[in-house]
Design a protein around this ligand. Sequence first.
Ligand SMILES: [Ca+2]
Length: 171
Amino acid sequence: MAQQITGAHLTVVEARNLVDSDAFGKADPYVVCTAGTWKKETKVQKATGANPMFNERFEVDIAAEVKEIVVEIYDKDHFRPDDLMGRVVLPVHEITGTIDRWYQLYNKAGAPAGELRLSAYPKGSIAGHIHDVTHGFGEHNPLGKLKQKLHKHKHQKADGNDSSSSSSDEE
Ligand SMILES: [Ca+2]
């Protein structure tokens, strides 16, 4: 049997069709990635509701006994525990080359709860690195930042919200 990879570059790209259950306006989604004792989370995308853009990349350490990366989206809440919006499990053995696709999310009850786009490739893979650069992923990539800006702008327009300043804190 092939040796398991010891690490991966994982980009949390964006989510769509999340079930927005925020009690006060739109949901404030953030993503938590766990692989055994390794754990990282994205920034909170405040009041972005059902279709947040994250575009954050992590270097995941994958210990020999770890067989899956658990990816969960939560809605940040200030006065009660954060709600789980959706969850997907990415088997480590599927990260053999470059993956870039939409994953079905499920809620606590096991019902479909929107989709999450993830991109991943094994640590040390050249093909994956080229993919990342050409697609503008990664926090240090200016193209990635620009994409995020354009996405935000588009959504503000669609919502009829033309205020360009930082949104008010509604939590
Ligand atoms: Ca919230």
